[in-house]
Design a protein. Structure first.
Length: 145
């Protein structure tokens, strides 16, 4: 009985721990200073191209020299990565729940930014988690009978 409960708890914990997921649609916040920087703006699309390599497409706003769209490549390793924005090699950090990407500009902190995954992506993850927990609870209930 206690062994079964321990296994169910272990499986529950393992199902909660998810691998990082960089891919998705993000919405930028207003932390990047458009009066002194060229900032990603609006929706940012991050699509997987190869393992640990992602295509990034976004609108831009601010001091962008007439440019209106950013296209770049992000290189990642776990929850961190980098991509070239303009002439700067920016550092990327993915939150542990894979919902937020923080962009750090090492030259000008006013150009730092953040993007949050769209609600549709969050709901998909939440529904998958709830389904997994429901299956585990059903298995535990049936085992108890």
């Amino acid at each position: 009985m206690q062994g079964t409960l321990a296994v169910v708890l272990l499986v529950s914990i393992i199902s909660v721990v998810q691998a990082q997921t960089w891919e998705g649609n993000y919405t930028t916040d207003s932390s990047c200073d458009t009066t002194s920087c060229c900032c990603l703006s609006g929706k940012v699309i991050v699509a997987s191209g190869a393992p640990n390599v992602y295509a990034v497409v976004s609108g831009v706003n601010g001091v962008c020299g007439g440019q209106t769209i950013f296209t770049g490549i992000a290189y990642t390793n776990g929850y961190s990565g980098w991509m070239v924005v303009g002439s700067t090699n920016d550092t990327l950090t993915l939150s542990s729940d894979s919902q937020t990407v923080t962009v750090i500009n090492p030259v000008n902190s006013a150009c730092n930014g953040r993007g949050t995954k769209s609600a549709a992506m969050k709901e998909h993850v939440d529904m998958s988690m709830m389904f997994a927990i429901l299956v585990l609870l059903t298995m535990a209930w049936n085992y108890h009978k």
